[in-house]
Design a protein around this ligand. Structure first.
Ligand SMILES: *[C@@H]1O[C@H](CO)[C@@H](O)[C@H](O)[C@H]1NC(C)=O
Ligand SMILES: *[C@@H]1O[C@H](CO)[C@@H](O)[C@H](O)[C@H]1NC(C)=O
Length: 460
């Protein structure tokens, strides 16, 4: 009797230990689906590498980026090599990501899924998610601007320009549908192929293109000429993480990784000195999604400042999307020409509360005229938090240009207290604070005022 109990206890412990060693199959239907795209997550956490690089002193940003990239590549190569070798006989396309310790596998069949389930080095097997590109509202044909666009003016960009600062020396990456590089408002601001300015994990285009318009529009609001861009002397670089069908997780990971140490369009000549200072992200979905957090941690370790659209699911509360609702980035909601939060702008409180509001800030995002992909002189008026995010990224470019080396924490510390809080009433209260009390879950810390922020940061 006693022996039986000990034996069953032993068996029970044995099977528990065994179960812990095998990866979680997040989508059991993958065992039936004839073909699916997978994201494999390995067991080893990258946190020790992030903390190690973050805690060390480096002579400059480039050296830190290089060491971060080298450590991540070295560790993940060792872990990924046996899996890549094991995948060979299955004849599938597989790509290894050092930024998140993940591997993407295209067109896996149930046989391969069953095989992967037996690999203890894996923590999770999941189906690749396709994120929608954020919807846009009331599109209409725009016209070449006559003067400065309202969104650029209302946040005080012109006052900063008058001080001789238009974003010089700052590189901003845009993870989106691509960029029409030949557009008259954008062609002078491209960092260029020689500076590893373009990467396209979706279509492998050797040069920047955009079949959708979303990415060209966003880039225009950051650094376009002719009055559409907040920081017209900042330079852009682009990664196609999205196309008309949406943003595949593997493409977003490839872009997130490329940002840390950019390669050329062929994936060669990696050079961390070409990394952007800011990355603008007008994509996302759902809420409480943590899958991009290792990329964000890597950006934080590298000193790259990330902006994310909070989503277009307003005016209901609890509609903040991910990665916008995650830590380590600045989330952006939308305002209109009357300085009122747009009804479509997503609101907090967050699905998974962390003591912060969502969005963190708001910026012009309704009826925004900017460059479009259809011709070199094309303009379009679009609305969405997608349009608000590049206004905030452009403002950060002005600030970084005024004070190079500004960290994300310093950026938050200067943007939040200098906002305009005299906003029109929306009548909606989300979370604990009424919309007249800041921060709140409708307008965050308020509508950005880059002129005030610039004065506070630089003393000029
Ligand atoms: C452009 O703006 C100026 C000054 O605001 C105005 O006088 C002019 O008529 C405008 N031009 C067009 C084509 O709208
Ligand atoms: C801004 O306010 C004016 C005057 O009240 C109104 O006509 C206009 O529709 C408002 N614009 C928006 C985008 O709400």
């Amino acid at each position: 009797m006693a022996l039986l109990r000990i034996l069953s206890l032993f068996l029970c412990m044995g099977s528990l230990a065994y179960a812990q060693l095998l990866p979680v199959l997040k989508n059991p239907e993958l065992l039936q689906k004839p073909s699916s795209n997978l994201i494999l997550t390995l067991r080893n956490p990258l946190d020790p590498i992030f903390s190690d690089v973050a805690s060390r002193a480096f002579p400059n940003r480039e050296a830190r980026l290089q060491e971060l990239t080298r450590s991540l590549q070295e560790a993940t190569q060792t872990w990924h090599a046996p899996i890549m070798t094991a995948l060979k006989p299955f004849n599938v396309q597989a790509e290894s990501f050092w930024v998140t310790n993940q591997i993407s596998v295209k067109n896996a069949n149930p046989l391969l899924v069953r095989f992967l389930r037996g690999l203890a080095i894996l923590r999770e097997i999941a189906e690749e998610i396709i994120y929608p590109i954020m919807p846009i509202f009331n599109p209409s044909i725009g016209t070449p601007p006559n003067g400065t666009e309202w969104g650029v003016r209302i946040i005080g960009a012109e006052e900063v320009w008058k001080k001789g600062n238009k974003g010089e020396g700052v590189r901003v990456a845009v993870i989106d549908t691509g960029v029409r590089a030949s557009h008259t408002a954008l062609r002078e601001n491209y960092v260029g192929a020689a500076n590893n300015g373009w990467y396209d994990p979706i279509m492998r285009s050797p040069v920047p293109t955009d079949n959708n318009g979303h990415g060209t529009h966003c880039t225009g609001s950051i650094c376009g000429n002719n009055g559409i861009g907040v920081a017209p002397n900042a330079k852009w670089m682009g990664c196609r993480g999205c196309d008309n069908a949406g943003c595949p997780q593997a493409a977003l990971l490839a872009c997130g990784q490329w940002v840390i140490c950019p390669t050329d369009a062929q994936g060669r000549n990696q050079d961390c000195s070409k990394a952007p200072h800011i990355v603008s992200n007008s994509w996302g979905g759902g809420g409480g999604g943590t899958w991009f957090n290792d990329v964000i941690k890597a950006w934080n370790t590298a000193g790259i400042i990330g902006f994310f659209a909070i989503g277009n699911e307003g005016p209901n509360c609890n509609t903040a999307g991910s990665p916008g609702d995650q830590a380590g980035i600045i989330s952006v909601g939308s305002t209109n020409i009357n300085d009122t939060v747009s009804s479509f702008s997503s609101r907090g409180p967050k699905n998974v509360p962390d003591g912060t509001v969502a969005p963190l800030i708001v910026a012009p995002g309704e009826n925004i005229n900017s460059a479009y992909h259809l011709s070199d002189n094309g303009y379009q008026v679009l609305s969405g938090t997608s349009m608000a995010t590049p206004h905030a990224a452009g403002a950060a470019a002005l600030l970084l240009s005024g004070k190079p080396g500004t960290t994300i924490q310093q950026m938050m510390d200067v943007l939040y207290p200098t906002t305009n809080r005299n906003l029109g009433a929306t009548g909606s209260t989300c979370g604990n604070n009424a919309e007249t009390t800041y921060p709140n879950d409708v307008a965050g810390y308020g509508r950005i005022d880059v002129s005030k922020a610039f004065t506070t940061l630089t003393g000029t």
